[in-house]
Write a protein that binds this ligand. Structure first.
Ligand SMILES: NC(=O)c1ccc[n+]([C@@H]2O[C@H](COP(=O)([O-])OP(=O)(O)OC[C@H]3O[C@@H](n4cnc5c(N)ncnc54)[C@H](O)[C@@H]3O)[C@@H](O)[C@H]2O)c1
Length: 122
């Protein structure tokens, strides 16, 4: 909060009205990002292959009105497409794609010939 004339004025949420997909959002940097984005007003799709923490992270981020989990292996194009589709169908759009999770080891570019046009319903 910023003090204006001695009165605490709440600052605007930086991601109010935005929708994000966070890959690897069920733990670590991704989980922290999910919670930060939610705290800043965003709706978030948690796209992760770890199903064990799906309910916990979504709940801690604010519940199903704020965050939804989808099982997603980022190496599978149809899984990414499903995460995008969920974002559009549940939260009416997609503004931020945080491609957080990666692959450790031999580095080579992922070849995903994904070409999609996302139509926001907002
Ligand atoms: N933590 C660091 O210091 C650091 C530094 C540099 C880069 N990174 C990179 O940042 C990313 C996140 O790091 P972290 O420390 O939060 O890792 P983490 O292991 O805590 O979390 C990674 C998350 O990604 C998920 N995940 C793994 N493979 C996946 C896949 N194929 N599809 C979907 N989800 C998958 C896991 O289930 C997990 O929830 C990683 O790519 C890591 O290589 C981390």
């Amino acid at each position: 909060m910023a003090a204006v004339g001695g009165i605490e004025k709440p600052r605007a949420l930086r991601l109010q009205g935005r929708v994000a997909v966070v890959t690897g959002g069920a733990s670590g940097i991704g989980e922290a990002t999910v919670k930060l984005f939610a705290a800043e007003g965003a709706k978030v799709i948690i796209a992760d292959q770890n199903d064990a923490d799906r309910e916990r992270v979504a709940r801690e981020a604010g519940g199903s009105d704020v965050a939804r989990f989808i099982h997603c292996d980022v190496t599978k194009e149809d899984n990414i497409a499903a995460a995008v589709d969920l974002s559009v169908s549940v939260f009416a759009g997609l503004d931020i794609m945080f491609n957080n999770t990666g692959i450790i080891g031999i580095r080579c570019p992922m070849k995903l010939p994904l070409k999609r046009t996302i139509t926001s319903t907002r």
